[in-house]
Design a binder for this molecule. Structure first.
Ligand SMILES: NC(=O)c1ccc[n+]([C@@H]2O[C@H](COP(=O)([O-])OP(=O)(O)OC[C@H]3O[C@@H](n4cnc5c(N)ncnc54)[C@H](OP(=O)(O)O)[C@@H]3O)[C@@H](O)[C@H]2O)c1
Length: 329
């Protein structure tokens, strides 16, 4: 079968479309013939995390398709079922943090940028009926992360003011849709005027330039909760926009891992600073029910064929996307 893998060389040089063996499901496993998959910023990070001497890996965390074979003992899923992949491996119950064995699909375990994938049956769910194959294929990682960040960690509820920097990000578009559905008011930022316009069309109440002075742009409007995933480039401005006693939740650092905090201002402001990452299967199932109830569909950027993987990776690397980039098998 064909798969987008990373092998033999580091960085972009190791990325390629290669022929790999079609996998066979073992006990408790299912094989899915993938129809679509979705890109995440993580796929770019893996190009550097996966070393030249590591075994080759199939990239990709998000995907959807049809179960075409099942191993012995499989009870929850049957051949022919339309399913969606939950890439949060080995984390089942909602908990303060994932268990030691938690892992994200798509390195070191082979991922979804392939014609077929093998997964434990516990990692698949029925494809939401209101989504197309493209929409289902890009949903999981970003939507799960957004759901836990907003509701389990940020405790966002009706009437809250939520600030989301980096409107173009796939996760940010889910944050916008979910916060809106929960009755919150959403402020977004983006470096691109076009993306700011799009964010407002999609339901943001205000969208300001990421590179502007947010204090000046937003006046006295402060956030109950800031969901921060841009990192060092926006962190200080994000913290300045939190109401006293409010919360900043972080799960990403696209633009730098290291930030400085003025501790005195922080404790006088009685702020809460929370980390989060992905989510459990309980939260995944809650998220699927939430999007069905509110008829939420992922904001689609471009759809590429598997053969066009390089253009898809470049689009994400250059930050051109608004929403989710898909691959079609
Ligand atoms: N821990 C987890 O479980 C988890 C899960 C999902 C994602 N993440 C992380 O969350 C982040 C977003 O993921 P994604 O897949 O949604 O990424 P993405 O689609 O690549 O989006 C990144 C966005 O960040 C903004 N940005 C990047 N550099 C910036 C800079 N220097 N200044 C201002 N804004 C900047 C851009 O927004 P504009 O183009 O609008 O300016 C860009 O579109 C990544 O760091 C990813 O690794 C973590």
């Amino acid at each position: 079968m064909k798969a987008v893998t990373h092998a033999e060389k580091e960085g972009w040089d190791g990325l390629g479309l290669r022929a790999v063996e079609k996998p066979e499901p073992g006990e408790g496993e299912v094989r899915i013939q993938l129809k679509t998959a979705g890109l995440n910023h993580r796929d770019l990070f893996v190009l550097n995390r996966h070393k030249a001497n590591d075994p080759a890996v199939v990239l990709g965390s998000d995907g959807a398709g049809v179960v075409d074979a099942v191993g012995s003992g499989v009870a929850r899923v049957a051949e022919g079922e339309e399913v969606i992949v939950n890439p949060s491996l080995n984390w089942f119950e909602k908990s303060a943090a994932p268990p030691e064995e938690f892992e994200v699909l798509g390195f070191p375990t082979d991922g979804t940028f392939a014609e077929y994938i093998i997964l434990p049956e516990a990692q698949v769910s029925a494809k939401p009926k209101h989504l197309t194959w493209e929409e289902a294929g890009v949903l999981s990682l970003g939507a799960l992360t957004a759901y836990r960040a907003l509701f389990t960690r940020g405790l966002v509820s009706e009437g809250d003011n939520v600030l989301v920097p980096g409107a173009g990000s796939g996760v940010a578009t889910f944050l916008l849709q979910f916060a809106n559905a929960a009755g919150a008011r959403v402020i977004m930022t983006s470096r691109s005027e076009e993306k700011r316009k799009r964010a407002v069309e999609l339901g943001a109440d205000v969208a300001v330039d990421s590179e502007a002075d947010w204090n000046a742009e937003l006046g006295s409007e402060k956030a109950d909760v800031v969901i921060e995933s841009v990192g060092a480039a926006t962190f200080q401005k994000s913290l300045n926009q939190v109401k006293k006693g409010g919360t900043i939740v972080t799960f990403g650092a696209s633009a730098g891992d290291v930030v400085e905090i003025n501790l005195r201002e922080f404790f006088y402001g009685q702020y809460n600073f929370l980390g989060t990452t992905m989510g459990s299967r309980d939260e995944y199932e809650e998220m699927l029910q939430f999007i069905e109830k509110h008829d939420i569909k992922p904001v689609m950027d471009e759809v590429f064929s598997l053969e066009e993987y390089e253009a898809a990776f470049k689009r994400m690397d250059e930050g051109k996307q608004m929403g989710k980039i898909a691959l079609k098998m």
